[in-house]
Design a protein around this ligand. Structure first.
Ligand code: GLV
Ligand code: MN
Ligand code: MN
Length: 401
């Protein structure tokens, strides 16, 4: 089958959720683009004769044959970061559907249940918490805490879920759904340069860095931009700017760690107004849980110092946490036997497969990204490499099913 036909799914959704202002795609939970992608997924899955159901947390399952326990489940997500690329998430969903289509076309008959799983809000772009669907499914996220999450407009997750057609009281751990997953496989575009350096199209994931999100709030004194002498200011913007420089310095002082402020919000946010407070969201990651905690403690100390120097106060509140993940060794070995000389790569990106790994055997396949860029419009994968990824997924599904 020609490569372009195999990747027709990417073409079919190429215009959904394009963000003209930021560039790339903005596809956020239960908003117009996400709803369109969900309909597309249902239609695509039904074309293969799969039966689609929505679970209590808004994750979509497409079953090949009867739903059951010990299922081989594969999939990813369709939502994006603000202004994200075309491949992060959709490549895994489309490859899963393509691999099943190929197995069907070859007359293969599975000996265990099989499903494609599309997770809700993997990026946390609307409600701030990454891997929302998988954390809810597994019970890693408390249902009351989830229901109270708010989006940029102050809409709660409970309200948004109701509007979508879910019962908010039923959000949360779904042991029956979890018990059906015998193992989970997520194919994903690589979000780094590992495969470029190795000159290979496909890798098996070995581990994920520990990571989390924290909200830094710096409070000063709102005031008039023209009437307040420079010496009389308690300006939280200046303190936040110094704290952000401190974030970079802290991460550089712990080799191999990563720390980012990618989003800030000034309150009240007027050009002629000295802000009264500033929120800045920190994403911090490191090889181990301990190192990540040490990094964040160092960042917090630097932020306090920056606040003190400017007559402000600062607090750092944890919004989410994901410990380091080692993917299931047995599955990695089995993939290596099935796929031959395939490299194993660690990643700094979080994934639903990482959340599931604490509960069921989980594995990932990475497809080379020749730009090495992700969470940005430049994210890319060559058609031939995408086909190599589908080839690998088909082989491991054939082996496991
Ligand atoms: C998700 O892609 C993350 O790593 O934040
Ligand atoms: Mn992502
Ligand atoms: Mn992803």
């Amino acid at each position: 089958m020609p490569a372009l036909q195999l990747l027709s799914g990417l073409t079919e959704i190429a215009d959904v959720g394009r963000d003209r202002r930021r560039g790339g795609y903005s596809r956020h939970l239960w908003q117009a683009a996400d709803l369109e992608l969900r309909s597309w997924f249902v239609e695509r899955a039904e074309r293969l004769g799969l039966q689609v159901e929505t679970d209590r947390n808004g994750n979509l399952w497409a079953w090949w044959g009867h739903p059951g326990t010990d299922a081989v489940v594969t999939g990813s997500h369709l939502d994006s970061v603000p202004g994200g690329g075309a491949y992060d998430g959709p490549l895994g969903v489309i490859s899963s559907l393509e691999a099943i289509g190929r197995l069907q076309a070859s007359g293969f008959v599975p000996t265990r249940p099989c499903a494609v799983l599309m997770f809700a809000e993997e990026e946390g772009s609307r409600f701030g918490l990454a891997c929302l669907g998988s954390r809810l499914l597994t019970g890693a996220l408390d249902a009351d805490q989830a229901r109270a999450l708010t989006d940029h407009d102050g809409v709660t997750l409970a309200e948004a879920a109701r509007k979508f057609g879910l019962n908010p009281a039923q959000l949360g751990a779904d042991p029956d759904a979890l018990a059906r997953i015998g193992l989970f496989i997520e194919l994903h575009v690589e979000q780094g340069r590992g495969l470029i350096d190795l000159g290979q199209p496909v890798a098996v994931a070995s581990s994920i860095l520990a990571h989390g999100r924290w909200r830094l709030t710096v409070t000063g004194q709102g005031n008039h931009a023209g009437a307040t002498a420079m010496a009389q200011r308690r300006d939280p913007m200046v303190a936040t700017a110094q704290a952000i420089v401190g974030v970079q310095a802290a991460a550089r002082s712990f080799p191999g760690t990563r720390a980012t402020i990618g989003r800030i919000e000034a309150i009240p946010g007027g050009t002629n107004v000295i802000a009264s407070s500033v929120h800045a969201w920190l994403d911090a990651r490191a090889e181990t849980d301990e190192e990540t905690r040490l990094l964040v403690a160092d960042i917090e100390a630097r932020a306090q110092q920056a606040a003190d120097q400017n007559g402000c106060s600062a607090t750092l509140a944890e919004e989410s946490w994901a410990g380091a993940v080692q993917f299931t060794p047995g599955l990695r070995e089995r993939f290596a036997q099935t796929l031959g000389q395939v490299p194993q790569l660690s990643t700094g990106a979080g994934h639903d497969a990482g959340v599931l790994a604490a509960h069921v055997p989980s594995a990932m396949l990475f497809v080379r990204n020749p730009t090495g860029i992700s969470h940005a419009p430049e994210e890319f994968a060559e058609a031939a490499d995408c086909v190599a990824g589908i080839d690998a997924l088909e082989l491991v599904l054939r082996d496991l099913l």
